[in-house]
Design a binder for this molecule. Structure first.
Ligand code: MF3
Ligand code: CO
Length: 281
C-alpha cells in the first residue's frame, strides 16, 4: 500500500477539490429536460479549463466518456446519453480528474424534482452511511471496520441492499490502488489503516435487492429488480483520531439548495411541515 506524505496529500486535496467544484457546476445546470450527454461535455470542458484531464475517459482503454452518470436503477458506470432527465429521476454523477499527476475521484447523487419519500430516504441514508464509514477510516482500525459501519447502517438498520460486486479503493497517482474498500465486511478484519493512506470510499446502496448486472454495453451496472440505487463517494486520508476528507461536499450542497429544480431533505421537511399544518397526512 502506498502512503502519502503531507505534501502529496495537499496535492491530492487540490485534485479532489477540482472534482467537487466540477460537481457543483453540474448541480447548477441540472433540471428536467437536460440530457446527460450535454452535462458530460460541460464536465470535460470544465476540467480541461482547470489544467486537468478527465481520468475516466479511455479508462482501461475503453470507457468512452468524461464522467459516469447513473440514473435511477443504474448503480454506477452509466453512460451519458441524449435522453432527457425528468421530474423524479435520481442521478449519480461520478467524476475523476488527474491534476499535477494526482487523482481525484468522487460522486454525488441528486434528485431532479421530488422522487418521493422512500427514495429521498435512500439518498439520505446512503449519504449518512458514507460518513459512518469515514468515521472508521482512522489509524489503527482495519478496512473491514469501514465496510462494517456502512453495511450496518444501510442493510442491517434500514433493510437496503449493499452492492457486493463493486468496491471503494485506494487513490493516488493511480485511480485504483490497494486496498479495496468494500461497503460490507467484518469488524477488525482486513488491512490495517495507517496515516497517509488515501482512499475513495463509495457506498452503492440499493432500495431492493443487492444483486446487480452489467448491460450489454459492458459498463452500465443496473439493479436486478429495477429499483433505484444511490451512490456517494468521498476522497479521504487516514489520520489519527479523525479522517481528513479531501473532497468538499459543502460547495455542492450550497448549489443544490439554491437550484429549485433539485429536491433536498430540506425541501422534503418543508413539504411535510406544510402538509401537517394543513391537516394532510
Ligand atoms: N469512480 C469510479 C471508480 O471508482 C469510476 C471509474 S469507472 C470509469 O471506479 F471507467 F469511468 F473510469
Ligand atoms: Co471511485
Amino acid at each position: 500500500m502506498i502512503y502519502k506524505t503531507d505534501e502529496q496529500v495537499e496535492l491530492m486535496r487540490k485534485s479532489a477539490r477540482l472534482v467537487s467544484k466540477t460537481l457543483a457546476e453540474v448541480a447548477k445546470i441540472l433540471k428536467p429536460g437536460i440530457d446527460t450527454l450535454s452535462i458530460d461535455k460541460m464536465i470535460g470542458e470544465f476540467i480541461h479549463d482547470h489544467k486537468a484531464v478527465p481520468s475516466f475517459l479511455n479508462y482501461q482503454g475503453s470507457y468512452p466518456f468524461n464522467s459516469c452518470i447513473s440514473v435511477n436503477d443504474v448503480v454506477v458506470h452509466g453512460f451519458p446519453t441524449k435522453k432527457e432527465l425528468k421530474e423524479g429521476d435520481i442521478v449519480s454523477v461520478d467524476i475523476g480528474v488527474i491534476l499535477n499527476d494526482w487523482h481525484g475521484d468522487h460522486a454525488y447523487t441528486f434528485a431532479i424534482g421530488d422522487p418521493g419519500p422512500e427514495v429521498m430516504q435512500l439518498i439520505q441514508v446512503t449519504k449518512e452511511s458514507l460518513y459512518k464509514g469515514i468515521e472508521k477510516a482512522v489509524a489503527g482500525n482495519r478496512v473491514g471496520d469501514i465496510g462494517f459501519a456502512i453495511w450496518e447502517y444501510t442493510e442491517k438498520n434500514h433493510g437496503y441492499g449493499v452492492v457486493r460486486d463493486l468496491v471503494g479503493h485506494g487513490l493516488g497517482r493511480n485511480m485504483h490502488e490497494a486496498p479495496q474498500v468494500p461497503n460490507y465486511g467484518k469488524r477488525g478484519s482486513g488491512s490495517k489503516l495507517k496515516e497517509g493512506l488515501t482512499l475513495a470510499i463509495e457506498p452503492m446502496i440499493n432500495m431492493g435487492t443487492r444483486e446487480v448486472f452489467t448491460d450489454k454495453d459492458g459498463w452500465t451496472v443496473r439493479t436486478k429488480d429495477g429499483k433505484p440505487s444511490v451512490h456517494f463517494e468521498h476522497d479521504v486520508c487516514v489520520k489519527k483520531g479523525t479522517a481528513d476528507i479531501l473532497s468538499d461536499y459543502s460547495i455542492i450542497e450550497k448549489v443544490e439548495e439554491e437550484n429549485e429544480n433539485l429536491f433536498t431533505m430540506a425541501d422534503r421537511d418543508a413539504f411535510a411541515k406544510a402538509s401537517a399544518s394543513k391537516g394532510i397526512s
